[in-house]
Write a protein that binds this ligand. Structure first.
Ligand code: ZN
Ligand code: ZN
Length: 170
């Protein structure tokens, strides 16, 4: 009896069903292709690493010192206020949000992530992976997405405007 497409087991990594003849088994799991098993191992290592980096660095970019968690929270707060205003009327909150997003886009943050919910930092390999840098906590650092987009560290350091306003103190 041959299994038909709907009965094929999904790949453990990408969930894609695959022909039994093309499947790869690794550590008891089924994968759709020989690439998915090592990719999943790598992704797991990176996911764990990200949690470790967050615990150590608390989301502060090592290059420009922007606090990516505070920045995310302040953007979400501005957006929540903006959404509270009627869409067909002028809204100060909406303007405030837009101005903040625009200034961050100018600093190199991707607009789509600023406007949605995504994380604003990357767990960056200090010694690049392509050069053999390992995926571990000692070779990882927190870099905001603006710095990560490729600005030289020297430039990134001189961007105090990136720091989100701290409530109640300067
Ligand atoms: Zn797969
Ligand atoms: Zn940065």
């Amino acid at each position: 009896m041959t299994l038909r497409a709907p009965d094929w087991p999904p790949c453990h990594r990408c969930r894609k069903p695959s022909k039994p003849s093309e499947q790869v088994r690794y550590e008891g799991n089924v994968y759709c292709c020989p690439e998915c098993a090592p990719l999943e191992a790598q992704e797991l290592a990176q996911g764990t690493l990200r949690a470790q980096v967050l615990e150590r660095d608390h989301g502060v970019c090592v290059l420009c010192k922007v606090d990516c968690l505070k920045l995310r929270a302040s953007l979400d707060e501005l957006k929540a206020k903006a959404l509270g205003d009627a869409p067909d009327k002028p809204s100060r909150a909406r303007d405030a949000h837009e101005v903040r997003v625009l200034s961050l886009v100018q600093h190199g943050f991707p607009r789509s992530i600023l406007e949605e919910k995504g994380s604003l930092w990357a767990a960056d390999h200090i010694e690049p992976r392509v050069l053999g840098g390992p995926t571990n906590i000692r070779n990882a650092r927190t870099v905001c997405l603006a710095c990560h987009a490729g600005l030289p560290a020297e430039l990134a350091r001189d961007r105090p405007a990136l720091r989100p306003p701290l409530r109640g103190r300067r």
